[in-house]
Structure formats: C-alpha cells, structure tokens
Design a protein around this ligand. Structure first.
Ligand code: NAG
Ligand code: NAG
Ligand code: NAG
Length: 467
C-alpha cells in the first residue's frame, strides 16, 4: 500500500509513560523537558499516577511546563483501599492495572484530539509501550533509569536462568559467560532474575522488558559510555540503537535545591576530604540494630559526619547520641545531595548504592561505602568494589560497628582510599567530557531529539481509523 502524504505543518503528539515509584518519574521528566525545550512543534502528554504527578510537577507553573501536559492514570487502588502495610502492595496493584490504565487514558486523548501519537517515550519497565507503539505505527523510546550492567542482566535473563539453573546452591558462582559481568556473582543479581519469586508482578514485568527492548526504536540510558565500554558494546549489539544520554545531572536542567539546614556552610568548616556524608535515599531506612551500629561507629571514629536522616532521629538513634556528637556531627532531615557531594570537604559517601546516588557521587568525585538493600543495589555494589574500584561494601553486607569503622578508615585515611579517589576522578572526567557540547551524551541527545520530532513515514493505524 502506498504511504499517505505527511501534512507539512503537523504538530506531533508524543505520549510519555512514567513508572510512578521510586526515582523513576523524575529523571524521565528531566529528559522530556530537555527534549521539549528544543521541540516547540511537539506536544508531550505525560502520563503518570495522580500521586506521582503531584510530586514531580509540584512547584511548576503551567508556563514552566510549556508543551508538556501532565495526565493522570489509574493507580490500581480502589477508593476504599486500605493499605496492608506491605511496601510492595501499591506497586503490585499498579502493575496489575497496567497496561489498561495507560491505554484508557491514551485512547481518550486520541479521541479528543482526533490525532494519534507519533512516538511513545516510556520508562523501560513499561515494556507494553513497545506493543502499543507497534499497534500505532509509532516509534518507541524506552528510558532505562539505572546502569548498563543491570540492564544487560535483564536483557539476558533467559540465558542466566538456563545456564544457572540452581537451587540456591550456586550463589557464589561467577557470571563469567557474559562479557563485562565476570566479577558478578549469582548472589549479586537482582531478586527475580534467577532467585526469589520469578512470578511476582515486578519480576514478570522486568523480564518482559528485557525481551521487548530489542524491538525499541532506540533505548535511552541515564548513563555515559565511558563508565563501562564492554557492557555498552554488548548492549549495542542487541539493540537497534542505544543512546547514552546521561548523567542527567549534567545533561539536563536540574531543579534548584535549597540548603535550608546550612549543610554547605557547615562543610566549609572542615578539612578537604575529611567528612563522611550519609544518606540512603528516599525509599530505604536501615533496620534499628544497623542504625545503632552505624551511630556507634560514627561516635567512636575520628571523622566528622553529615547525615541526611529520614524519620525521627531522636527516636531512632541511640539515647544520648545527638548530644555526644554535637561538635563533630550534623544531622538534617533533608540535604541538597549533589551540592554536598561536590563540596571539597566530603571524603566518603555512605550509601544504599542506588543508581542516581552513584551518578551524583561520580560527579562529586567521592568514593563510597555501600550498604545495598534491594533491586540493582547489590549488583551496583559489586561493580563499585571490584570492577570500578571506587568504593567498598561493608563486611557481610550489614552495618556492624567494626565493619563501619573499617570501611571509613579504608576510604578516608588509607592509600587504598586515595586510589579510589583517583579512580572516581577519572570517571568524573569521562562523565564531564560526555556532557560537553560535542560530547557523546550530547550528540546522542541530538539524535534523540531528531528521532522524537520526526514522524514515521506512514500514518498511524490509530490515526487512520479516526480520520
Ligand atoms: C519539528 O521541529 C524539528 C526541529 O525544529 C524539525 O526537525 C522537525 O522536522 C519538525 N517536525 C515537523 C513534523 O514539522
Ligand atoms: C581543598 O580543595 C579545594 C577545592 O578542590 C582546593 O582548591 C584547595 O587547594 C584544597 N585545599 C587543600 C589544603 O588541599
Ligand atoms: C489530568 C490531571 O489531573 N493531571 C494532573 C497531574 O498533576 C498535575 C500536577 O499536580 C496537575 O496539574 C494535573 O492536573
């Protein structure tokens, strides 16, 4: 059949599908704002749950949003939903509501506008975006918001399941049959890949994602080429196009974060590379006995510390701790993390090893002490420790007083710690280079803009059936 002529003055409609949990929707919005700013002839319809929209768009005026229009999708929780207290329940309910919840909201818009979408930019987790795009004859650009190594693990899940086929007896086995992952052990893999509940909603979703991504027009990643060239090459050989467009903290505009608690001023009173900065992100709080162990170590060690503490510190930390550490420690409920990590006084970052934190500490040039909790965090820690050599895990993976003391000593005042600082400075340079005007990530962003702002040569099936 002959292709229908494309209208010259078309304003393109792009659907953006966000995953509304953790640090997923924020980075997707950063990317979309970056593209939208240079694509005035495109309207971006941003679909997420009401709660997620309210959070990531908070403080933004309609004028700030320009050609980005937020729309709510059903979160999977009925009006009379009573939380059971299980943290994953809202995530599972949401996943069970997909893809219908997005489809309903998108179809409504298409009917109202009399116009289909030319491109779907989705969180990579929302694999069904690929099927929808194929139905619509639209492009599909999934964004992976974490590292290349975890992405490769999900793309090769079937291979891993086939080759490993163990019953908890091979946790120590190395993944030496996949390029770039030979230092990784089975126990480091995210739960739901070869161990754990393989048929849990999240495991099924991320498995399907791995199978679907090779069909994407291009896969965008919030990372940079130089961090893991071997794995990047492996991914490139499996995707139609891989576009490293990060770190977003360098390649996209970041919201201004106030320093309400005077962290930077406090930091400037300390020696270079002497302070331990502690934060576990917005999702995780370590269990009580580990908080106590960490506090005991901080009290005993010689190093000053700045702790961004979620929850009631008075209640959760040992009695008298705040009083006793007043002169050498500062505890705040929230901190402008990137600015802190860029401050010369910070010598180590005690972290859960989430991807966004890793990118921030690379840009700051600060080595890590890692206490991973779930998802890709164990895998990240393995790479940090043994491949990149820019940090250490704590012994046996949990905070004990002696393990924390040892890790702080190592990173803050040993020759090995200095070496880590030198290594992370090299990654920092590589990231900065990628983010420069003609750097690799910027060039990829241009490619992405081009891809998103032009139409497939045939009109979409949805569009056609409506015309
Ligand atoms: C939209 O604008 C971009 C950049 O200015 C241009 O390359 C593209 O061809 C335009 N698309 C349409 C459909 O007019
Ligand atoms: C501390 O770090 C700053 C910024 O990197 C640098 O300019 C300064 O020379 C350093 N001071 C010392 C004493 O090393
Ligand atoms: C369709 C809809 O209600 N979208 C909302 C998403 O969130 C933003 C920010 O809170 C609202 O302005 C939109 O109305």
């Amino acid at each position: 059949m002959e292709a229908l002529p494309v209208m010259p003055s078309t304003v393109l409609h792009v659907a953006v599908l966000a995953f509304p949990f953790g640090s997923h929707a924020g980075p997707l919005l950063s990317l979309v704002r970056r593209i939208a700013a240079v694509a005035p002839n495109v309207t971006f319809f941003f679909f997420s749950t009401e709660k997620s929209n309210a959070s990531i768009f908070s403080g933004m005026e309609k004028e700030d949003l320009g050609n980005i229009k937020p729309y709510n999708v059903y979160d999977g929780l009925s009006d009379n939903y009573v939380p059971s207290g299980h943290p994953l329940e809202p995530v599972n309910r949401f996943i069970n509501a997909t893809p219908g919840n997005y489809r309903v909201a998108m179809q409504k818009l298409v009917a109202e506008n009399g116009k289909s979408f030319s491109c779907l930019i989705t969180d990579a987790l929302l694999w069904f975006g690929g099927e929808m795009a194929e139905e619509m004859n639209a492009k599909w650009v999934p964004l992976w918001t974490a590292g290349h190594h975890s992405l490769l693990v999900h793309v090769l899940t079937d291979v891993l399941r086939q080759k490993i086929g163990c019953n908890d007896v091979c946790e120590d086995q190395n993944i030496d049959f996949i390029p770039g992952l030979s230092a990784v052990k089975v126990a480091d893999l995210p739960e739901g890949v070869v161990t754990g509940e393989l048929d849990a909603p999240f495991s099924v979703m991320i498995h399907k994602m791995g199978l679907m991504l090779p069909r994407a027009t291009a896969v965008a990643v919030n990372s940079f080429q130089g961090i893991n060239p071997l794995i990047v090459d492996e991914l490139k050989s499996r995707f139609q196009q891989l576009l490293n467009v990060g770190p977003f903290i360098l390649t996209t505009q970041q919201p201004f974060l106030p320093d309400d608690h005077g962290c930077l001023e406090w930091l400037s009173k300390h020696r270079n590379a002497s302070v331990a900065y502690i934060s576990f992100g917005t999702v995780v709080t370590p269990p009580p006995q580990e908080l106590t162990a960490l506090a005991d170590a901080l009290e005993e060690c010689e190093f000053p510390f700045l702790w961004s503490f979620r929850g009631n510190a008075e209640k959760l930390l040992p009695k008298g701790f705040l009083e006793k550490t007043r002169t050498k420690g500062k505890i705040v409920p929230w901190a402008p993390q990137l600015d802190i990590l860029k401050h010369a006084s910070v010598g180590v970052f005690v972290t859960h090893s989430g991807w966004n934190s890793i990118l921030e500490t690379i840009v700051g040039g600060v080595p890590m002490v890692c206490r991973p909790f779930f998802g890709d965090q164990n895998l990240n820690t393995r790479l940090i420790e043994t491949v990149w050599e820019i940090g250490v895990g704590v012994d046996n993976g949990v905070f004990t007083k002696s393990a924390v003391l040892k890790a702080l000593e190592l990173t803050l005042s040993s020759e090995k710690g200095k070496l880590m600082r030198q290594k992370i400075a090299m990654f920092k340079e590589s990231a900065m280079k990628a983010a420069k005007p003609n750097g690799n990530s910027q060039t990829n962003l241009k490619t992405l803009v081009e891809l998103v702002t032009t139409e497939n040569s045939t009109l979409s099936v949805w569009g056609r059936s409506l015309n």
